[in-house]
Design a protein around this ligand. Sequence first.
Ligand code: FE2
Length: 375
Amino acid sequence: MQSVDNNEIGHAGLNGSSLVVTWVNGFEFLFHPLWLRESSTHPDYRDRGTQMRIPPAYKLPLDIAVSNFKLTKSGIQVLFSDGHMCQFTSSHLLSAARFKRPKHIQKNSAFWDGSFQDFKRFPYTQLQQNQQVLLEAMDVVSEFGFAYIEDIPLDLDELEVFARLVGPPRETNWGTITDVKNIPNPYDLTVTSRSLWPHVDNPYRFPAPGYIFMHCIHNDSVGGESTIVDGFNAAASLMKSDPKAFDALTTIAPNFRHIEENALLEDYGPMIELDEDGDVVRVRFSNRTEQIPTYSHDTLNRYYYGREKFSRLIFSEKMTLEIKLKPGDGFIWDNFRILHGRKAFDTNTGDRYMRHCYLDRDTFSSKHKCLKKMI
Ligand SMILES: [Fe+2]
């Protein structure tokens, strides 16, 4: 018996000026005639190499119609009322019918809390030498929000080499690589020996850093344990336990601001950001830099109520995973999901010296998709 290709078109028909396509797998879709016409694969309309559209789409008649069609071996040939004719493969039309938005974040994220101790640890040399392992680490970042890397050489320049396994790091007004250690005249609480509450980095930047790459150089002082919290899990818990608080934090947006001598960085957005499907795609949580505008009393009451509930979840021991990094250990954190912090450390007992840098979301996402396609 001949095998049936599920992407094969079973039959098609005209519905007014539109085209109805039914695949052998039973899926049916009604294509808008102008959508089909502007998606033409004809070389006069779309560059073969780059697949980019050439003429301005707005010049196509708004009342264009599909005049005729013919099923072919690979798909369908369509004739339009302006005389244009082009071919679509059945798999092209099927994926177009199902595709709505690019996905940068895995939808089936695995949520975790402070009891998550058996997370995977990746040896750095394997990440460097084996693209399959690099892909696995990026899959783990997509699923859990972070990956833990071990045995990174202690050269100060190695962090950039590490980051460039994924792509070029982002340069900010602090440079490309930032030293995280206790310094005199600190420009930020990060470069003190104080404890840091869980936070995302730099929600005041536009765009905000997408991913953080961290490298531990020294860590022998008393204290200084790293703390991380799954922001998506905290948001999901809030939605379940207190829908009123969740609703406030998804709809009322605070500002975030950072000022220093030659920089004034500011942006805004909800603490819990949802996509069109209502899924959480970003958490903004930065106690140091967040400020709600002077909204009405009612709005402020709702916001403060939500923030208090969400903060209690985030600051709870139950949610917090605590790890004391060894020299040579490193992290990749999704800065739209993972809140990170640290315990205070005693500079009289030793040194704590970390380096970090940022990668933009498109850099990570593009490398992830290309590796998936390649391997
Ligand atoms: Fe930070």
